[in-house]
Write a protein that binds this ligand. Sequence first.
Ligand code: ADP
Ligand code: MG
Length: 233
Amino acid sequence: MNTPLNIVNVSLDYPDGGTTLKALDAVNLTVNQGEFLSLVGPSGSGKSSLLAVAATLIRPTSGLVFVDGQDVSALTETERTSLRRDKVGIIFQQPNLLPALTAVEQLLIREHLRSNRLRESRAKALELLDVVGLSAAVHKRPHQLSGGQRQRVNIARALMGRPTVLLVDEPTAALDHERSGSIVQLLRRVTDEFSTATVMVTHDTEFLPVTDTVATMRDGRVSRAHVPAPRPN
Ligand code: ADP
Ligand code: MG
């Protein structure tokens, strides 16, 4: 069994005027199968940069990224795209759903491009919408859904490729407290059910006990991950 996500001594520099800004500074991070890790830290500390590197969307300046045991730096752009499609699920704060499509169509649009086994894909999409609690809303379009429901569609869509690694950037930032809690609980359940290695960037320290490990970022550095305090009651 390969380690789903292994980030080894990764640095990322951005040009900043005449100098460079170290968005990531010698970061090491390993996330195992079925592990739910929360990534916290002040704004600008490099959390989104780390997710983008893990998602193979940005190449680090130095260091290595292994996704499901594969050294991403050794891959061509095309190979990275297919690795991302097959192994990585990405969930950002804004669900970015297409206004004209129903919930089930949001999940299928990417599949259409991949295969013509529509019946199978449709069954998979309906099953995932059921997992995220939206079986009664499969034919609704984004404007007929609440913010929390749209984020659930986003999560279901990210699971269509049965990813090894699930990368989630501030999934609750646009939601009220109650909906935020249920989204984090859903991510916990999804991590358990699909054995993903899940990384969630969050500002809601209250939800940390739902996750297995907490890593804190500051100035592009990650402190060693620790186990959060036990859940109250
Ligand atoms: P966080 O998600 O923790 O708020 P980011 O990863 O977005 O942090 O940013 C880390 C640092 O890198 C910040 O100082 C930010 O201004 C800088 N940064 C992020 N993206 C870029 C970019 N595309 N070009 C230049 N600097 C960037
Ligand atoms: Mg960010």
